[in-house]
Write a protein that binds this ligand. Structure first.
Ligand SMILES: Cc1cc2nc3c(=O)[nH]c(=O)nc-3n(C[C@H](O)[C@H](O)[C@H](O)COP(=O)(O)OP(=O)(O)OC[C@H]3O[C@@H](n4cnc5c(N)ncnc54)[C@H](O)[C@@H]3O)c2cc1C
Ligand code: FES
Length: 367
């Protein structure tokens, strides 16, 4: 017994010393010094090496999309690194297609700045900015979904396409020592340039949603960056529109509906919105108002967790059941989906059974 305790003690000490040596090595030996980063063979700046490319760019107020905050799980932070990236890392491979590899595309949150780098970043991403703002109001839409109205306070205006998202920063708070950011779809009208609205659901033990639901109060300062994303109504199209969302997936759809109102888009549009019970039908009154305002818009909520004797007279089941019930075929239609990856996967499968192709299905996964 004593021998086991001594052996465990020795092993623990060796591990401790090795960990210390690694930390010191990282601090003193792995000193990459100053590195020059060049973007699109044009913009150039000098940084201290050693951090990930994503956070290095953030420090320069250059924001690439990121839903996971740099954990290497969303695959959104891609950019071309033509020089200075080193070999592709195992943490990147599942996100990179063969075409990505040919174009030197890498995950910026995984690649560290260790030498001079030549980057290729699409110009529209370089327009994403950081905004300082204040929380003007908070409404509890349900026990787990909050509606935030946020006013920009640094004299900037936000210019976005309905359907896009921003990254909200949560500062350190009790239980979370680090600043983290996550993606949230803009739910407001893009004609409002000095304020944004977000609809944020609580995720148990989620870092940013815990901050939003348990710490954030009206009057608090917040920052966000953006806009990002390519989920928006296709330009120059006059097809029928099928909108499908569950839960907070309603956020970008709401912004798109404002766009349709303001730009007098009168394409036939059906919005299938899935929720558990009637109290989870967030902003249902607004959706019914859109039915009054938009001549060819209809809102079709569907509830999945009703008791047999519940007096609800609308559709019952999942949004996929509504696709089955209301959509005959894919002719002259585009589908826009937003919400959990599980819903999107099964809805896309159902749409494909109806003849929809990848070219006419657009979605944002909130996972
Ligand atoms: C483009 C885009 C737009 C988005 N827009 C919105 C939006 O408008 N409103 C909104 O509420 N969310 C939205 N999200 C999701 C959001 O970015 C966060 O992923 C989510 O709020 C969880 O963040 P967190 O920091 O609280 O949880 P994390 O700390 O990131 O996660 C904690 C744990 O919960 C799991 N988890 C993460 N998200 C979920 C989830 N949704 N359900 C169940 N488990 C989960 C994680 O795998 C992890 O195990 C969007 C995501 C993307 C990619
Ligand atoms: S930020 Fe999510 S994978 Fe890089």
């Amino acid at each position: 017994m004593t021998q086991i305790v001594i052996t465990v003690g020795i092993m623990s000490s060796i591990s401790g010393v090795l960990a210390l040596m690694l930390t010191l090595a990282n601090q003193y030996i792995a000193n990459y010094g100053e590195c020059t980063i060049t973007i699109n063979q044009d913009k150039e700046f000098v940084v201290e090496g050693g951090s990930t490319l994503l956070s290095t760019l953030n420090e320069q107020e250059l924001f690439l999309p990121s839903a996971c905050g740099g954990k290497g799980t969303c695959g959104l932070c891609k950019c071309a690194i033509h020089e200075g990236a080193g070999p592709v890392l195992p943490t990147e491979t599942s996100f990179l297609t063969e075409e990505d590899k040919e174009k030197n595309i890498r995950l910026s949150c995984q690649v560290k700045v260790k030498s001079d780098m030549q980057l290729g970043i699409p110009e529209d991403l370089l327009n994403a900015r950081k905004y300082e703002a204040v929380v003007e109001s908070i409404k509890e839409l349900t026990d787990t979904i909050r509606f935030l109205r946020i006013k920009i306070t640094d004299n900037q205006e936000i210019d976005f396409i309905p359907g896009q998202y921003v990254q909200l920063l949560a500062p350190p708070y009790p239980g979370n020592p680090e600043e983290v950011f996550r993606a949230y779809s803009l739910a407001s009208s893009s004609s409002e340039k000095d304020s944004i609205e977000l609809i944020i659901g609580y995720v148990e033990e989620g870092l940013v949603t815990t901050y939003v639901h348990q710490f954030l109060e009206e009057g608090d300062q917040v920052s966000f960056n953006g806009p990002f994303g390519d989920f928006y109504l296709q330009k120059d199209s006059d097809t029928e529109i099928v909108l499908i969302a569950v839960g907070t997936g309603l956020a970008p759809i709401r912004s798109i509906l404002y766009q349709m109102k303001e730009e007098s888009i009168d394409r036939k549009t059906t919005f299938f919105f899935g929720a558990k019970t009637e109290k989870d039908l967030v902003l249902a009154d607004e959706m019914r108002e859109f039915e009054e305002i938009l001549p060819n818009f209809s809102y079709k909520p569907v509830l999945s967790r009703l008791k047999d004797d519940d007096p609800w007279e609308g559709d019952r089941g999942r949004v996929t059941d509504s696709i089955e019930k209301y959509i005959d075929d894919a002719e002259n239609k585009e589908a826009y989906l937003c919400g959990s990856p599980v819903m999107i996967e099964s809805a896309v499968e159902k749409l494909k059974e109806k003849g929809f192709t990848d070219e006419v299905i657009f979605y944002d996964e909130f996972g």
